[in-house]
Design a protein around this ligand. Structure first.
Ligand SMILES: Cc1cc2nc3c(=O)[nH]c(=O)nc-3n(C[C@H](O)[C@H](O)[C@H](O)COP(=O)(O)O)c2cc1C
Length: 478
């Protein structure tokens, strides 16, 4: 078996066939590329954007953005039947993450001897040769790594981790990599730092987007993301071992930086916007990688996925992935009659989550809300957890807020949980009551009151049946 080298280009050809790829020529890496991508992703059906002839760069040195922002593209990345709606996608996805996780140990990557990423090599590195964007006006600089996968190794075991952590260009040979405390790459780094040892890194800056989709979500501690991706593909990932670091990266990667963080080499990094739409802090410090080798394909494609006020480049993919994970977690916790879950993009798929249930017993809706707010995948930075009846589509904010406005008695139906799991990245951290990142959380029970199901006023709208018949008869009008 030769393995799958995670080649971006066959996937791009597929996206072109779906009619979801737009080429953009002549944009400036300085702010323009970021602003175009940001405005594009606010559209109803945003295409993926492939930028070429970027100002000051040779033709062929390209940047891809908005790769995961539609149900069709996201389902194709996940190797699922192509879906037209996000509900369809969440339903198809449900149960799969648990299967992939269970299968992952069987899919150790296969080491290849050659691969497209070896077409070009810089042994005298110049990361400025690539059109890294300055995405937003208040960013601290140019970010080469947003839709990237950072490969690192543990100090005292052979565990290889792959995480999506932003990487800022400091100069032609140095990039700063922001790994938040607690992230797996950070844990490995801290061990090296304590032991006074240099820390090897390989940064993959473009591949089949399945790469950064999986390195950007929480895969269990100790598990290698290449294994997990192998389980999704049903075949191992084909990797090359870096000449300098020995770290494994996909053989068809677009661009790979190899190098080391020397002991205590931490430099100023940021500021940079976050997934919730704010700059929560000023510039900080981050481990600085000294790049010693750059490998890249002919006409390389840099994968960009900048965070910003949602909807942003990757908020849709996070909403879908986290909705499926939350739905599975609620069912696994023993909650019955879960109809649908949606982790809204407005909350960065973390801060405003909704579950629809069919109520079966007194206390059912409150149980659903507390579980949604506190389950493993849901607790971090959850702020509002809303429970609605199953006549409400949890992904439709109008319907959800109509239920909140009309089916709640605030004094009774909003539970406040104090000292819940928050984050220093929360824009509200400045107003938290303590330096410790705990925060309150609200559970809003927007279901019709259980003891008044029999006499709760009827909804004033045409029945489903009448709506369907009317739509069919008056389809030109409606
Ligand atoms: C596009 C994108 C950018 C991200 N940027 C960062 C970042 O700069 N720092 C960070 O710690 N996490 C970042 N994340 C979140 C992590 O990738 C995510 O928590 C992942 O689980 C980290 O991998 P780990 O669990 O192996 O540590 C980003 C995610 C995405 C999708």
């Amino acid at each position: 078996m030769s393995g799958n080298p995670l080649d971006l280009r066959p996937w791009l050809a597929q996206v072109e066939k779906l009619g979801e790829l737009r080429e953009v020529r002549g944009a400036d890496w300085n702010l323009e590329l970021g602003a175009i991508s940001e405005l594009n992703v606010k559209k109803d059906a945003p295409p993926a954007l492939l930028f070429d002839e970027i100002k000051g760069y040779p033709k062929g040195f390209r940047v891809l953005t908005c790769s995961t922002s539609s149900p069709a593209r996201l389902s194709s990345i996940l190797r699922l039947p192509v879906q037209a709606t996000h509900q369809g996608l969440v339903e198809t996805l449900r149960g799969k993450p648990a299967q992939w996780q269970a299968q992952a140990p069987k899919y150790d990557p296969i080491v290849a001897t050659t691969g497209a990423v070896l077409e070009n090599v810089q042994s005298e590195p110049d990361v400025l040769a690539f059109p890294s964007p300055c995405w937003h006006e208040m960013d601290g600089g140019r970010y080469i790594g947003t839709g990237c996968s950072v490969v690192t190794r543990d100090l005292d075991s052979d565990w290889v981790n792959v995480g999506t952590y932003r990487a800022q260009v400091l100069d032609s040979k140095h990039v700063a990599v922001d790994m938040v405390p607690g992230k797996h790459g950070r844990i490995q780094y801290e061990k090296h730092k304590k032991a006074g040892k240099r820390f090897a890194m390989a940064i993959v800056l473009g591949s089949d987007p399945l790469g950064y989709l999986i390195s950007g979500i929480e895969i269990p501690f100790g598990m290698c993301e290449w294994n997990y991706i192998g389980a999704i593909l049903g075949e191992p990932v084909a990797v090359l071992k870096g000449e300098v670091t020995g770290l494994p990266f996909p053989a068809a990667s677009e661009i790979v930086l190899e190098g080391f963080v020397e002991p205590n080499d931490e430099r100023t990094e940021g500021p940079f916007g976050e997934f919730h739409g704010y700059y929560p802090g000023k510039a900080g410090t981050a481990p600085c990688m000294t790049v010693s080798r750059v490998h890249y394909r002919d006409n390389p494609i840099l994968m960009g996925s900048p965070p910003a006020k949602p909807p942003n480049d990757y908020s849709y993919s996070k909403a879908v992935m986290r909705s499926a994970l939350l739905h599975d977690a609620l069912v696994a916790s023993g909650l019955s009659e879960v109809k649908a879950v949606w982790a809204h993009e407005i909350g960065g798929a973390r801060m405003f989550n909704v579950v629809a249930i069919r109520q079966r017993y007194a206390g059912h809706s409150r149980q659903a809300g507390h579980l949604l707010s506190q389950c493993g995948v849901g607790a971090y930075m959850s702020r509002y957890s809303v429970v609605v009846d199953d006549d409400i589509d949890p992904s439709n904010l109008h319907e959800v807020m109509w239920a909140v406005a009309t089916r709640t008695d605030p004094a009774v139906d909003i539970d406040i949980i104090r000292r819940g799991m928050g984050s220093k990245n929360d824009p509200m951290y400045v107003a938290y009551g303590s330096d410790t990142p705990w925060t309150s959380k609200a559970v809003i029970d927007a279901c019709r009151p259980w003891d008044h199901l029999h006499d709760f006023p009827a909804v004033a709208e045409a029945s489903k049946d009448l709506q369907e018949k009317t739509r069919a008869k008056w389809k030109d009008l409606l």
